[in-house]
Write a protein of this length. Structure first.
Length: 316
C-alpha cells in the first residue's frame, strides 16, 4: 500500500538500481578475465600515471575502477588489480578530507551538539545520520562480496565486457536522471532518507565499472537535487566507504609485500591525491554551470569502445 505514495523520482531510482543488476549480471558471468600485473613490476612512471588516472576518475562519474583496469590493459601493462586500485585510493581519501574539512568539522561538531541538546531535527544531525546510514549498504554488501568472491581480481565481474556493460548502462541511467530530474533541491533540504537512498546506489559501485561517484550522482539527480549539491553530498557520503576500502586493502598489502614494493604504492597514493583534489574542485565548479551530458556521452563512448576492443581481441 505504501508504494503508490512514493514520489515518482524514487520509483525511478528503484527501477534504475534493478536495471543495473539485471543488465550487468549476464555479461559478467559469461566473460573471461585479464590477469593482474604483479605489484613489483609497476615502475615509478606507471605509478604516477595510475595515480593520475585514479585521481581524475575517482570523483568524476565515469568509474575509476573501469579506467584503472581498461587503460593499463590497453597499454599492454596488465591489470593493476583490486589491491593496488584500493590502496592508491588513500590519496583520494586525503584529497577529499582536505577539500571538505570544514564541512566535516561542522557536521561532526553539529551532531555532537545536537545529541547533547537532544535537538535531533538539526541539519547537521540529519546529515551525519544520513551519511552513517548510507554507509551501511556498501559495507554490508562489500563483506558479502569478500565472502563469496574472495578472488575479485580474477572474477568475471572484472572482465572487460562486464565493465563495458556497466559503463553503458550507467550512462543511460545518468542520462535519464539528467533528463527527468528537477535539479531544484538545495543542500539544506537533505534528510536521512536521502543518505539511505544514495547509500543503496553507492553499493552498486561494488560492481566494477559502475562508478561510486556515478551511481550516487545519478541517485541524487533522480531525487531532485541540484547537480552540484548531488556531487557534494556524494563526496561526503563516499568518505567512510573509500576510507574503509583503502585501509583494509592497505593492511592486507603490508602483510604480504616487501619494502621495495611500497615505492610504487607510495608514488601512486601521492599522485592520486594531487589529481583527486584538482578533479573535486573542477567538478563542483563545472556542475554549478553545466549539465552531466558530457559524462553521459563519454561513458557511452567508453563502454562501446571497450566492447569493440573485446571483439577485435585487443582486450582478453
Amino acid at each position: 500500500m505504501m508504494f503508490p505514495l512514493l514520489k515518482k523520482s524514487y520509483k525511478w531510482l528503484g527501477l534504475a538500481i534493478i536495471t543495473v543488476i539485471l543488465a550487468i549480471t549476464p555479461a559478467a558471468i559469461a566473460q573471461s578475465t585479464t590477469s593482474a600485473i604483479p605489484l613489483a613490476k609497476i615502475n615509478w612512471l606507471q605509478a604516477i600515471f595510475l595515480g593520475f588516472v585514479q585521481g581524475v576518475t575517482e570523483f568524476l562519474p565515469i568509474s575509476s575502477t573501469a579506467h584503472l583496469k581498461a587503460i593499463p590493459v590497453f597499454l599492454g601493462w596488465g591489470d593493476p588489480g583490486v589491491t593496488y586500485t584500493a590502496v592508491i585510493q588513500l590519496g583520494s581519501i586525503a584529497a577529499v578530507l582536505s577539500y571538505f574539512w570544514q564541512d566535516l568539522r561542522q557536521i561532526s561538531t553539529g551532531m555532537v551538539k545536537a545529541v547533547a541538546s537532544s535537538d535531533y531535527r538539526s541539519q547537521d544531525f540529519r546529515l551525519a545520520l544520513g551519511i552513517i546510514l548510507g554507509t551501511i549498504p556498501i559495507v554490508f554488501f562489500g563483506l558479502l562480496m569478500k565472502l563469496f568472491i574472495p578472488d575479485l581480481d580474477n572474477s568475471p565481474l572484472r572482465s572487460m565486457t562486464a565493465i563495458a556493460c556497466a559503463s553503458i548502462v550507467m550512462s543511460l541511467l545518468l542520462g535519464t536522471a539528467e533528463k527527468i530530474g528537477k535539479h531544484k533541491r538545495s543542500f539544506e533540504t537533505l534528510r536521512q532518507k536521502d543518505g539511505v537512498l544514495m547509500g543503496l546506489a553507492q553499493a552498486l559501485a561494488l560492481i566494477p565499472g559502475v562508478s561510486r561517484s556515478g551511481s550516487t550522482l545519478t541517485a541524487g539527480l533522480f531525487m531532485g537535487l541540484e547537480r552540484a549539491v548531488a556531487a557534494r553530498f556524494s563526496f561526503l557520503l563516499g568518505i567512510p566507504a573509500i576510507t574503509l576500502a583503502g585501509l583494509v586493502e592497505f593492511k592486507g598489502v603490508l602483510d604480504q609485500i616487501n619494502t621495495s614494493e611500497l615505492i610504487p604504492l607510495a608514488i601512486g597514493v601521492i599522485s592520486s591525491g594531487i589529481f583527486s583534489y584538482l578533479s573535486i574542485a573542477w567538478l563542483l565548479d563545472y556542475l554549478k554551470k553545466q549539465s552531466t551530458w558530457v559524462f553521459v556521452w563519454y561513458r557511452l563512448f567508453f563502454g562501446v569502445t571497450i566492447l569493440i576492443g573485446v571483439a577485435w581481441g585487443r582486450f582478453s
